[in-house]
Design a protein around this ligand. Structure first.
Ligand SMILES: C[S@@+](CC[C@H](N)C(=O)[O-])C[C@H]1O[C@@H](n2cnc3c(N)ncnc32)[C@H](O)[C@@H]1O
Length: 576
């Protein structure tokens, strides 16, 4: 038994050991709560994250500006905890004296700068190297705990040697260079004796396969830490998982995101579920050494999600789609796609061709290359948008207009050929929603906000249809943000209505404005905002639990936007 709800099953096939439930588990029920053996913040130079416990503290910036995200993560306790810089030499930041004086850190301190520099030079992942270093030291201090937990995780080095030998060599070189340098500098031999290359490499492989990312506590969910846990690492992967995990500081919690029957296998997901099959499979193959055979991966339509599907250019009826089946080619040793049309009547010319010809079809190749170009374009423009503000807007506007024009051209020429759930549509709606929201802020313009809302709604629809019957952190964020942008729209509407009333009172209103209709619109909008926050809250309680800061915050937003508790429609100065 791992907990009272699940047990480990020993198994020798390629999937290895796995975990099954011992009872029926309801959606939202907590399966595990475990503190990591060791963790490392990803932004290790940033004073906002404690280098030891990864806790995120609030930094009040010099200009005293508070963004939406900053507000969400502020807590009174955090503000009181001023970051402390390491006094042993590495200059990292800690949340408290206790963390900065920790024995593990004192022992690792003199290695840190060298490991960072060498890892960058050798193109090794710095956080993985720092985490391996910390685990080795902690193993010496808490060897019993190590042996009983993470020390039992299966060895992953052999699999990496089989599939990715150069990966191992890269990390071996890195380790060797750091230690040669330390020896030359006459570092304390008793300290150097703690480390050996084999243990380091085994840990690096294990961290790649078994570690868990902690995401920021705001609604952007940016990866901020890498943690090494025991029980959670026993779970196998599925692209249709039945649990959702969250990491906060050092603690990982897993909750059921679907109902789990007794004796059913428990799966988490090692990848972003909004990605199409080929991208998920590449990540799993390259960093976790296996090919996923779950139902979603085995079906070219991804269980009718159609994230990679293209309208069939032969059937041309808007009903049939060409979709890829992903497979591992043992000759090329690569993951490849086999394309096929969904038309089963035998009338599709695309399907009449041999598989090889289908994959090399000219028209298909053009669309796939267009998709690639579109994705490169979408990923390249974020920086520009984040820099725009009212003072620079006039200079930036021509560039933004150009981006919008290009996006609309892509919509007409490329996206119109893709299923409405295609990954490109998701990226397109997200990008346009962000762009219009930014523009509405800079120009205080109503129409931009409406467009931003429309695109975000469509994006939320796609996310929902990908996640299907499952609850998830992504849905918490989607509904919360949808509520937020609608709230901005609500404020604009109220402001407009109040202006009309003022003008009417002064008999200056030349337009025949229907104030009653505006009031109904405002009421309906408030209802919709409440519905968004309620949805977000309901998902949050299931995936993060009642006491999580997001659930508490969302509960307040639900109450605030509840029409029944709001006796009058809020005016523009009191509502927020
Ligand atoms: C975090 S471990 C999970 C526990 C593992 N089965 C064990 O015995 O230690 C991840 C490794 O398990 C295997 N694995 C996990 N999910 C799998 C799946 N869906 N299909 C095949 N192998 C899988 C892969 O070898 C992967 O690198």
């Amino acid at each position: 038994m791992i907990t009272d709800k699940c047990k480990l099953v020993n198994n020798n096939d390629e999937r290895g050991n796995y975990v099954v439930s011992t009872n029926e588990i309801k959606v939202g029920e907590l399966l595990f709560s475990e503190e990591s053996f060791s963790s490392i913040p990803l932004e290790f130079h940033n004073k906002q994250y404690c280098f030891l416990c990864c806790k995120q503290s609030e930094i009040i910036d010099d200009k005293n500006t508070t963004t939406e995200e900053q507000t969400t993560k502020t807590t009174t306790k955090d503000i009181n905890n001023k970051p402390i810089q390491c006094k042993f030499g590495c200059n990292m930041w800690f949340c408290s004296e206790e963390c900065s004086n920790d024995m593990t850190h004192q022992l690792e301190c003199s290695f840190i700068t060298k490991f960072i520099e060498s890892s960058v030079k050798n193109e090794c992942d710095v956080s993985t190297c720092l985490l391996a270093l910390r685990i080795i030291i902690k193993n010496k201090i808490q060897s019993e705990k190590y042996q009983e937990t993470v020390g039992k995780l299966s060895n992953q080095k052999e699999k990496f040697l089989e599939t990715n030998k150069s990966f191992i060599e890269k990390y071996e070189n890195n380790f060797q260079q750091v230690f040669d340098q330390l020896k030359q500098e006459n570092s304390d031999p008793s300290l150097l004796a703690i480390f050996n290359k084999d243990e380091f490499i085994e840990l690096v492989c294990s961290i790649y396969v078994n570690s868990f990312a902690g995401l920021s506590n705001d609604f952007n969910r940016i990866p901020i830490s890498n943690g090494y846990f025991y029980k959670p690492a026993l779970l196998n992967h599925s692209c249709e998982p039945n649990i959702f995990f969250t990491v906060k500081d050092l603690k990982l919690e897993m909750r059921a995101c679907k109902k789990i029957e007794k004796d059913q296998e428990i799966f988490d997901s090692y990848v972003d579920l909004l990605l199409p099959t080929i991208e998920r499979q590449k990540i799993l193959f390259n960093s976790k050494n296996f090919i996923c055979k779950c139902l979603r991966c085995s079906d070219s339509t991804e269980g009718e999600r159609y994230i990679s599907s293209i309208y069939c250019f032969h059937c041309n009826d808007g009903v049939e789609f060409i979709s890829p089946e992903v497979f591992y080619n043992t000759d090329t040793k690569r993951l490849e796609e086999n394309w096929k049309c969904s038309n089963t009547t035998g009338t599709c010319k695309f399907n009449e061709k041999e598989q090889n010809q289908r994959n090399k079809d000219n028209e298909l190749e053009v669309i796939l290359s267009d998709i690639k170009e579109f994705k490169e374009f979408i990923n390249g423009e974020d920086l520009l948008l984040s820099n725009v503000n009212s003072s620079t807007a006039d200079q930036e506007m021509p560039i933004i207009e150009n981006i919008l024009k290009r996006l609309l051209r892509y919509e007409r020429d490329i996206l119109s050929k893709l299923n409405l759930n295609h990954q490109c549509w998701l990226l397109f709606h997200l990008k346009l929603s962000k762009t219009f929201e930014k523009l509405s802020l800079v120009y205080n313009n109503f129409d931009y906000l409406i467009q931003s809302i429309q695109h975000y709604k469509e994006m939320t629809r796609i996310v929902e249809s990908i996640l299907k019957d499952s609850t998830s952190g992504e849905l918490v964020d989607c509904y919360c943000h949808l509520g937020r942008i609608n709230e901005k729209y609500l404020l604009s509407l109220i402001k407009q209505r109040n202006q009309f009333i003022q003008l009417k009172l002064q008999n200056k209103n030349k337009e025949d404005v229907d104030i009653e209709k505006l009031n109904v619109d405002i009421k309906n909008l408030l209802k919709f905002i409440n519905h968004c926050y309620l949805n977000s809250y309901n998902h949050s309680v299931l995936v993060y639990g009642n006491n999580h800061s997001k659930s508490i915050q969302l509960n307040e937003m639900v109450l605030k936007s509840n029409l029944k508790s709001t006796t009058t429609i809020p005016n523009s100065t009191t509502s927020s």
